[in-house]
Design a binder for this molecule. Structure first.
Ligand code: SER
Length: 607
């Protein structure tokens, strides 16, 4: 069964009576007005306001197939199932049907439409926690559908709780989530996948990483909102948020534990085989070929969104994917030449309209980047090999390769590790700091320039950034502590600040907010920063941004002479002015209600 067939069957099935879902247009892969995330990474992402209770114009039953991209999976690609770009089949109930219908319909889709045998399905459900009961209800429904008890397992929040930020403990205040039930397809003991894997010594179970079981769908019961440390509150509606991997269902349909055997990748891999003269069935070629096939498809989709390879944001991800693919092609014996890269993405143009319709632009951008890197690679690798002759690699050498040859740090490390070269202990810390910052930049909700929502670091942008901290502190003073940042986008002209509040501000409130901010600015308070352990930082009462994930060590920016007496304290590592008087007068130029509980205000310099 081809990917296109699975997609069509799914949409048709959920649109048909009695399921009666309305098909919604998928969101673009890159959301132009959401600075907190690089890519759309799940079908539910654009639906958050509706899961929170807002009425959706298309009704309570929605379905689509959402092109998604997960940068956190870049390093995972190479096994039998991970990809960076993927299509997520999604159906949603916004306070309408719940567990019984969801399971019955998905079960019917898998067994009747796709033809999977029910004996091969395994189910995981939530084992329960202090706040949320054990999900025996889901287990009973699955049993009533004919799934034997031996195929149903209870797991904790690590596995069977879904929110964009992880477990309930990891969810920031304001985030939504719920228990989930995952369906796995079992390729069976006979293939000896587990025995032949690095996990052979452990017991195999449905969540084992060996590859015998493939997770093909996840029904999330979006019922809760985090309202405080250890506190979950029921949402107004009991929602269903289902996400299924199109590619994985197609793989199960053809009885292949390897998703790279599905039609889309099969054609791409045949091209790689043809040009490299190597064969996919030989184990040592599998990982590099999967990386090439996945990364070039992912890059093509990013380029199709109008992004060029660069050192910033989505452009950096495209660059990283292309460079890694070019390197893997070289490992397989293929040297990139002018125009040769397009051969590897040709089959995707036949499969995806996004690639076909933007073919010329994708082809050119890909070619320029690949050829440029191909040249740097030849030169840089010579230098790298020379450095590696002594059996070690220092931080200085790695940075030298990065700065002078454009040799990506992660690639240098990847080559060093694969050739058993020692990266000396004294510089490990330094490298991993660099490496981590690169990695962090690629995460969806991430550090650095992406997280801060600052478009640039010009003086005016930085002034407005500090002013935005004051804005949040003042809004909390005037409106209450429910005010929490939901997003921000700041350039040299204006700051756009989204926060939790369910109605527009009155004229009087607006005036008060504006004048309080300007008062603080006039007071010429100092703006300070402190780096500390996250657990200590939390105790200070500093505000964390909505939906943000922080590392173990965080930076707090505070306005005032001491942290204790500070007027504003926030988790924030971005650039700020050193005294509030550096900001100059500001004014609120506009406000917009952008969701049931989200307000947007614009702040700018005042003359
Ligand atoms: N939101 C869930 C996921 O991404 C199900 O759609 O897995």
């Amino acid at each position: 069964m081809k990917l296109n067939e699975v997609r069509e069957k799914y949409l048709k099935f959920f649109k048909a009576s009695p399921r009666d879902h309305k098909e919604i247009k998928p969101a673009p892969l890159i959301l132009s007005d959401d600075p907190t995330t690089l890519f759309t990474s799940s079908g539910m992402q654009p639906l958050v306001p509706y899961l929170l209770g807002e009425k959706h114009p298309m009704g309570k039953r929605l379905v689509n197939s959402q092109p998604s991209f997960r940068t956190v999976d870049i390093e995972e690609v190479g096994d039998n199932r991970h990809t960076t770009f993927f299509e997520m089949l999604g159906n949603w109930s916004l306070g309408d049907y719940f567990k019984k219908d969801q399971f019955a319909w998905f079960f019917e889709f898998l067994t009747s439409e796709i033809g999977l045998s029910k004996e091969k399905l395994w189910i995981s459900v939530f084992e329960g926690s202090k706040q949320v009961p054990r999900d025996t209800e889901s287990s009973e429904i699955w049993k009533s559908l004919g799934i034997p008890e031996s195929h149903i397992g209870y797991y904790g929040a690590e596995k069977n709780w879904w929110s964009r930020n992880g477990t309930p403990d990891e969810m920031p205040v304001g985030d939504i989530g719920g228990p989930d039930s995952e369906v796995f397809y079992d390729f069976g003991e006979d293939l000896k996948i587990h025995e032949n894997s690095i996990y052979a010594k452990q017991k195999c179970h449905m969540n084992c990483n060996c590859g015998r079981f493939l997770e093909i769908g996840n029904s999330v019961f979006m019922q809760y909102k985090k309202v405080g440390e250890g506190k979950l509150e029921e949402l107004p509606n009991k929602n269903v948020d289902f996400g299924g991997g199109l590619l994985r269902i197609a793989a199960a349909a053809i009885e292949s534990p390897d998703v790279f055997n599905t039609n889309v990748f099969k054609s791409a891999i045949e091209v790689i085989e043809k040009h490299t003269g190597k064969f996919y069935f030989e184990n040592e070629n599998k990982a590099p070929m999967r990386i090439i096939a996945d990364h070039l498809r992912g890059a093509a989709f990013i380029l199709a969104s109008g992004v060029e390879p660069s050192n910033k944001l989505q452009g950096y991800i495209a660059r990283r994917l292309i460079r890694r693919a070019v390197y893997k092609l070289k490992v397989l014996g293929f040297e990139i030449g002018d125009g040769t890269i397009s051969a590897f993405i040709k089959s995707y143009a036949d499969e995806y309209d996004e690639i076909k319709n933007n073919w010329l632009q994708i082809k050119d951008s890909l070619n320029i980047e690949a050829v440029k890197f191909g040249k740097a690679l030849a030169k840089g690798e010579k230098k790298l090999r020379k450095f590696m002759e002594k059996g070690t690699l220092s931080a200085e050498e790695i940075f030298d390769l990065y700065q002078t040859e454009g040799f990506p740090i992660e690639l240098t490390l990847e080559i060093a590790v694969s050739e058993n070269i020692k990266v000396s202990d004294s510089v490990e810390a330094e490298i991993s700091k660099q490496f981590k910052s690169h990695k962090d930049k690629s995460k969806t909700t991430s550090a650095g320039v992406f997280k801060g929502g600052l478009v640039d670091k010009s003086e005016d942008t930085v002034r407005l950034h500090t002013a935005t901290h004051l804005l949040q502190a003042v809004l909390r003073e005037v409106l209450g502590n429910h005010v929490i940042q939901r997003g921000q986008n700041i350039n040299s002209q204006r700051s756009r600040f989204d926060f939790t509040h369910d109605k527009k501000l009155t004229e009087a409130e607006l005036e008060k907010v504006e004048s309080l901010i300007n008062e603080i600015i006039k007071k010429d308070l100092s703006v300070n920063k402190l780096e500390m352990k996250k657990s200590d930082a939390e105790k200070t009462g500093a505000i964390q941004a909505f939906g943000e994930k922080y590392g173990d060590s965080v930076i707090i920016h505070y306005v005032g002479e001491t942290l204790k007496s500070a007027f504003s304290k926030e988790f924030c590592g971005g650039p700020h002015v050193s005294r509030t008087s550096d900001i100059g007068r500001v004014k609120i130029i506009k406000q917009e209600k952008i969701g049931a509980s989200t307000l947007r205000v614009y702040l700018s310099k005042s003359k």
